[in-house]
Design a protein around this ligand. Structure first.
Ligand code: SAH
Length: 272
């Protein structure tokens, strides 16, 4: 007689899913499908907008991790995955930015539980879209820096805002609006004081708020608006677009669609 060893509890994968910035329509099609199929959902409730949970099945067990420590979160996910359940770990925005997924993934690896990471729309991009601005612009900057001010989490010395500011690139600053005065003071060590700055509070949420100004006055405006958390700071000359103040001979047009510019997909066009 042949004995078949049946592994009835082959661990299911854990899926780290980026839920996007808030608007439930901004989760990816794949993320939505995984949520629909999940037996267990653990969401980062301090930031994930709960509306996205409407995609989860009625029978799914849903946990808010906001008040949990790492061990508690992992216990839920590991127990479920080992019992053959499909687990979705829902993070805000894109899970590869300031989401602390590495420490969770390390533990899953130790437990031999497979996992996947599904991208999401970062709040940096949702905020730029709310402002209707491009983060990179020809003849202004071709670089975007994602960063944060040092808080309880240390930031390497070479990455101090005052150092990064010297590049005069576009900067998207996470987790720092509560210290907006310090942010502005550090940035002013590298950017001119009339550099455009914007703060987007809860991009894509119903109560989204946009504050725009210059580096020299943005802190005052943000304080006045009472914004202390859950907001993206974007700084850089690219925010000038749409205004006549952009100093560019070519009217800040890209080469990509320039009639005189040839590339692999298009010959030079004399006239349209
Ligand atoms: N992984 C997330 C970032 C998590 S860190 C992402 O890709 O967006 C949390 C910080 O992200 C907040 O302090 C805030 O700076 C920013 N943030 C998250 N959601 C936001 C939103 N809807 N609007 C503006 N900023 C947001």
């Amino acid at each position: 007689m042949v004995r078949l060893s049946v592994n009835r509890h082959k661990p299911q994968a854990v899926f780290f899913v980026g839920s996007g910035p808030g608007d439930p329509e901004l989760i990816t099609v794949k993320g939505k499908r995984l949520l629909e199929e999940a037996d267990v959902v653990v969401y980062a409730g301090s930031l994930v907008k709960e509306k996205v949970l409407m995609y989860a099945s009625k029978s799914a067990l849903i946990y808010n991790s906001a008040s949990m420590i790492l061990d508690e979160i992992m216990k839920i996910m590991i127990t479920a995955a080992k019992a053959g359940k499909k687990v979705v770990r829902l993070h805000t925005g894109d899970p590869t930015l300031y989401s602390a997924i590495r420490e969770q993934a390390d533990i899953l690896e130790k437990e031999s539980i497979p996992y996947e990471v599904i991208p999401g729309v970062s709040s940096a991009f949702a905020s730029a879209c709310a402002l209707k601005k491009e983060l990179t612009m020809s003849e202004i900057t071709q670089t975007v820096i994602f960063t944060r001010l040092e808080g309880r989490t240390p930031v390497p010395e070479k990455e101090r805002l005052s150092e990064l500011a010297k590049h005069n690139a576009t900067m998207c600053i996470f987790l720092s609006v509560g210290m907006i005065e310090k942010v502005a003071a550090e940035l002013l060590q590298g950017y001119p004081d009339d550099t455009p700055a914007a703060v987007v509070y809860r991009a894509t949420w119903e109560d989204e708020k946009i504050i725009t100004g210059k580096l020299k006055d943005i802190a005052k405006k943000v304080k006045k608006a009472g914004i202390k958390r859950h907001a993206m700071i974007i700084v850089g000359r690219t925010l000038c677009q749409g205004s006549r103040r952009v100093p560019s001979g070519r009217g800040h047009r890209s080469k990509l669609y320039d009639k005189d510019f040839e590339h692999g997909y298009r010959k030079r066009k004399k006239k349209v």
